[in-house]
Write a protein that binds this ligand. Structure first.
Ligand SMILES: [Zn+2]
Length: 569
């Protein structure tokens, strides 16, 4: 059974304005002057609710100490002792409902069962359980839990007690008024902190919370309160993974989930093992991924792509419960509405630029160019189409440390993820066959923010028989503007026109030197036909057939086939 978020208002604490203000001051940065407003921006509204777990090692204001009320009652399970008060007028007393009339409030028994389930699942060897050692405890005693009305909006707290090196015994405080099933997640979450304290109680805060929320979900897969922080998290994918505001770090459990689904659940335990000698969890995760044959940057790149495949976009090939998750929803930019863009990406942040065909441009017309994509030569009759079959050209310069990918969303609902390499990509048939192209920029660097910039064109990209790359933008009226890489130091500008069934464009050498001609023309004869050839003629008087193949994919600068192309005299 699944539970809706609205079911837990009593179990969750309403947003605290100060935290939100802090979050917004971080999230609002990063956009340079450009028409781009990617999804990495600030949180538009308050989250509906806020789960606070205290982990008293690093917690700030509350770290002075715990002030427990008097808790005269106790209830023992196999491994736990739960202290509480049953005073009927005490604010610290849980609901005293006692269905089985055994003298123990149902709330306390539910906590007992939940802690025992967590104990069993965490400590049973993998793969039936998770294979963790018992948490550090006082020999001969049960693990102590105290239940009362926690101050400061906390649902649960795990307190290190007797410390030895990076290890610590602990006890747990649980709020007396949580709702089921949330209360079960809180119990499992807090007890995972106790397990963590067997490795390193001073590991990075964000990872302690992320892995605890993830672990609780392993114990109680039917409880989906772990998704609540995702609603905020998915609004700010540009924020650094390790950024903490007492909320974002809970959403980071999706990172643990992605690690677990791609490398197996035991990788989380491996990370905690490696955490024994190092406090910085990012270092430890990078080291652990290295032992698994990948890198933190590559994992984060894949993570950024996975995060697109949630909610309505879940396809079964990414998060197994992805259909339950919220979605990243950047503004759609009609591709003719922006010529250039620039932005920066925070360390371990990601940025999504969503491009859609111009409004009203897509038609049901067949797409001759799209059909010819790949390597087949383009014949005269295929270049001309009305409406023009324009593709999307994306040109991108990204700093080292940034990874770029494209997610191509077809009209039929299919989605594929492709790497963006070589600085330029052409998605043929964009206006006719694609719903959206999403550029995903991810920063795999843990310390430095990185910049990217680029431009967008609607048109065609050809590679001809000489290796020249023609990057041509087509206006709806058929005007041609663009460049051609002929192997010269810079691309040559191109202008021309496509009209009905004829076309002409001309490339001009912008900086004439003796080894190059001053310009060249490419024309299709009129009338055309399937057998009609396209010809080039250069200013030095040479002429021959022009055979261009439409590019559908990466279109890096030219790889010259020979040096006797039309750019030579
Ligand atoms: Zn916690």
């Amino acid at each position: 059974m699944r539970f809706r978020i609205g079911w837990y208002p009593g179990g969750l604490v309403l947003a605290l304005g100060a935290m939100l203000a802090l979050g917004q001051s971080i999230g609002g940065q990063g956009l340079s002057p450009s028409p781009l407003s990617p999804s990495a921006g600030s949180r538009p509204q308050a989250p509906p609710a806020r789960f606070l777990c205290g982990d008293m090692v690093a917690a700030t204001a509350q770290s002075q100490g715990e002030s427990q009320p008097r808790l005269p009652q106790s209830y023992q399970t196999e491994h736990f002792v739960i202290h509480y008060t049953a005073g009927p007028t005490s604010a610290h007393s849980p609901a005293l409902d006692d269905l089985d009339q055994d003298g123990i409030p149902d709330y306390i028994e539910l906590l007992g069962r939940s802690f025992e389930q967590a104990w069993t699942f965490y400590t049973t060897p993998s793969p039936q359980g998770m294979g963790y050692p018992l948490p550090p405890m006082t020999p001969g005693s049960r693990y102590p839990v105290v239940v009362y009305a926690l101050a400061g909006g906390y649902s649960g707290l795990t307190w290190p007690d007797s410390k030895s090196g990076r290890r610590a015994t602990s006890h747990i405080s649980i709020d007396a008024h949580l709702y089921d099933p949330y209360v079960r997640q809180v119990a499992a979450h807090e007890f995972f902190h106790a397990v963590q304290f067997g490795y390193n109680y001073t590991a990075s805060l964000w990872w302690r919370e992320a892995s605890a929320d993830w672990a609780a979900h392993q114990v109680f897969p039917d409880v989906d309160t772990y998704i609540i922080p995702y609603y905020d998290w998915f609004q700010v994918p540009g924020w650094s993974l390790d950024y903490t505001d007492r909320w974002h770090e809970y959403g980071d459990s999706i990172w643990a989930e992605q690690l677990s689904e791609t490398h197996g659940r035991d990788i989380i335990r491996s990370i905690w093992l490696n955490q024994r000698g190092e406090n910085d969890s990012l270092k430890v995760i990078a080291q652990t991924l290295g032992s698994s044959g990948t890198t933190l940057a590559a994992q984060f790149r894949d993570f950024a792509a996975w995060n697109w495949f949630t909610g309505d976009r879940a396809d079964g090939a990414h998060y197994k419960d992805g259909r339950l998750y919220p979605m990243i929803a950047p503004a759609d930019h009609p591709a003719d509405s922006m010529a250039s863009f620039a932005d920066t990406v925070q360390p371990l942040g990601s940025d999504y630029l969503a491009l859609v065909p111009p409004h009203g441009a897509a038609t049901a017309a067949p797409t001759p160019c799209g059909g010819a994509a790949g390597s087949a030569p383009v014949r005269t009759g295929e270049v001309i189409a009305s409406p023009l079959a324009r593709g999307l050209t994306l040109r991108l310069t990204a700093a080292d440390g940034l990874d770029a990918q494209l997610i191509l969303e077809r009209l039929d609902g299919g989605r594929i993820t492709v790497p963006f390499t070589g600085g330029r990509y052409h998605a043929a048939g964009f206006e006719q066959s694609l719903r959206r192209v999403v550029a995903v920029l991810s920063n795999g660097d843990t310390q430095v923010k990185h910049a990217f910039s680029g431009s967008i064109g609607l048109g065609v990209v050809y590679r001809d028989q000489y290796g020249y790359v023609w990057d041509l933008e087509l206006s709806p009226t058929g005007a041609v503007r663009g460049t051609v890489d002929v192997g010269d130091k810079q691309p040559w500008p191109v202008h021309g026109q496509i009209n009905g069934s004829s076309f002409h464009w001309r490339a001009v050498n912008p900086n004439v030197q003796t080894s190059w001609t001053t310009g060249l023309d490419v024309t299709a004869p009129v009338p055309d036909g399937p057998g009609a050839s396209i010809r080039w003629t250069n200013d030095s008087g040479r002429s021959d057939a022009w055979i261009g193949a439409l590019v559908d994919g990466s279109a890096p600068t030219s790889r010259l086939v020979n040096r006797r192309g039309p750019a030579q005299p």
